[in-house]
Write a protein that binds this ligand. Structure first.
Ligand SMILES: C[S@@+](CC[C@H](N)C(=O)[O-])C[C@H]1O[C@@H](n2cnc3c(N)ncnc32)[C@H](O)[C@@H]1O
Length: 480
């Protein structure tokens, strides 16, 4: 677990990420916690970092954070191996060096303690800030918590690597095991089998005790055809749970990713013309201090929740919402630096508005208010993405900019004519699947007035939204 090339004693972590979010997480761990030895797996990113634990728990694109115990190649069982031999091979695969395991357990408990204390400190500090200075809450909370965090993490000015050397003593360590098996391993072992084998080893080797209710450690084991991964979660709640959001909307990690695609600069004005409860703007506002955010929505209920969220996140000074229609935005042309928008689709919002029918007008309005060089980031269903894709491919010059992978994914969606899409049709009367080319040309008023004619397509990333997938598209406005 040490690497002298980093000039400290780095901790080896892994984070889980939603489908499509891995690339954001790789970038984020490199830029925010100086990650090295980064390994990207499907749904996971492994990395080493010397950064303090509270910077690591502040990662925005991750779902859960684990201390890495072991990452190895898959368990390979010879053909016709009997159960006893298979169990013994599994045991040696899962149980590494005794000293290393004991040390990892203590490090884990120490890190968990630091994370808990930080949460308490931030809460106390936020109360103090509220009383002292109502006007500067948004900046106050962040900076006060940051200061307190630094004090806590480094109370006597010792370098962080020395601090992790002072590990707590817990006797006996209690644990439970959480296991996932897939592929050929799953044919030999049930998750209970794996838990039994590992549990017996930890008890005999290290004297740890099983506690299914409230253990010090939850040892997670993931056995697949590609790897064997073991780790211990460092936080009780997923990192994707945001303490600063009162009413949740779009998945927080995806909302954050949309903000990061928008290339927000200091002093910018960022608009979400269908903001809902304001999730995308709140995520972006927490990341960019000197920036202004305007949310627009047609629904009063959503706006009430959005206002509640703004107050809860202490963003009153920099974020506002107003009631208007995205079909006629009450904004001057070329007045906005970035537009971000999660269009209505899926079970929750798809029935409220026929986004397919209104897409051309919505896009025209978004493009009109964007300044030249401004960025547009859209989250669309696979079906709505097909409409945009068709528009782009109508213009030969611009179709070159579509990334090969993305066009392949979209091609599948468009070819399947919506049949494989898990989303709901946007209105009961509408026929299933994306419109034909003729329909699209009709919708967009043919090429002459295509709202995409002044936009350059940069990239498309498919992400999981839970039950359904969405496609994040990024465009840059080229012409006035
Ligand atoms: C998918 S939701 C946005 C969710 C949002 N990203 C969040 O996290 O809460 C789409 C939003 O578009 C709004 N909407 C529908 N038609 C609209 C219109 N014509 N103008 C403005 N907003 C509209 C809905 O009220 C809904 O809040």
């Amino acid at each position: 677990m040490t690497d002298s090339s980093l000039g400290c004693f780095p901790v080896r972590y892994f984070c889980t990420a939603g489908h499509g979010m891995e690339q954001f997480l790789v970038e984020e761990v490199k830029s925010k916690v100086g990650a090295q030895d980064v390994i990207r797996l499907q749904g996971k990113v492994i990395f080493s970092s010397c950064a303090n634990i509270n910077s690591v728990t502040s990662l925005k694109s991750a779902e859960r954070l684990f201390l890495l115990l072991n990452h190895e190649g898959p368990l390979k069982l010879p053909a016709h191996v009997n159960q006893a031999k298979a169990s013994s091979l599994l045991q040696s695969k899962l149980t590494g060096d005794k000293e290393e395991l004991a040390r990892a357990a203590m490090l884990c408990i120490s890190l968990q303690g630091a994370i808990k204390d930080r949460a308490i400190n931030c809460q106390v500090q936020t109360e103090g800030v509220k009383k002292r200075d109502q006007d500067e809450q948004s900046h106050g909370e962040a900076s006060q918590c940051k200061r307190k965090r630094l004090e806590h993490e480094n109370p006597d000015g010792a370098p962080r690597d020395q601090q992790t050397e002072r590990l707590p003593s817990v006797d006996p360590v209690t644990f439970r095991i959480c296991c996932k098996c897939s592929g050929s391993v799953a044919r030999y072992f049930s998750t209970q089998d794996v838990s039994k084998v590992l549990g017996a080893s930890l008890t005999t080797l290290l004297g740890w005790r099983v506690d299914l209710k409230n253990p010090h450690l939850e040892v997670n084991v993931n056995l697949t055809d590609d790897y064997c991964l073991q780790g211990i979660p460092l936080t009780k709640f997923p990192l994707a749970t945001r303490s600063y959001v009162q009413t949740t909307g779009l998945r927080s990690t995806v909302a954050w990713a949309m903000g990061s695609m928008a290339q927000i600069q200091p002093g910018s004005l960022v608009v979400d013309p269908m903001c809902g409860v304001g999730t995308i703007l709140i995520e972006a506002a927490k990341e960019h201090n000197d920036t202004y955010f305007l949310g627009i929505d047609i629904d009063d209920e959503q706006l009430v929740k959005a206002r509640g969220n703004i107050v809860h996140a202490h963003l009153e000074g920099r974020m506002q919402v107003l009631k208007a229609s995205s079909l006629a935005l009450p904004l001057h042309s070329a007045s906005v630096d970035a537009v971000v928008c999660d269009l209505p689709f899926g079970r929750k919002f798809g029935t409220k508005m026929d986004a397919a029918k209104n897409l051309p007008l919505i896009l025209s309005e978004m493009t009109r208010v964007l300044r030249v060089g401004g960025v547009l980031v859209l989250l669309l269903s696979p079906q709505l993405s097909c409409q945009i894709k068709r528009l782009i491919t109508q213009d030969d010059a611009k179709s070159d900019s579509v990334q090969e992978n993305d066009s392949q994914t979209e091609k599948q969606d468009c070819q399947s004519d919506g049949a494989t899409s898990t989303e709901q049709p946007s209105s009961p009367g509408r026929k299933k699947g994306p419109p034909s080319t003729q329909e699209t040309e009709h919708l967009y008023g043919l090429r002459r007035t295509s709202p995409l004619s002044s936009l350059r397509h940069e990239n498309t990333i498919r992400v999981s939204l839970g039950a359904i997938d969405g496609l994040m598209h990024k465009f840059v406005k080229l012409d006035p």
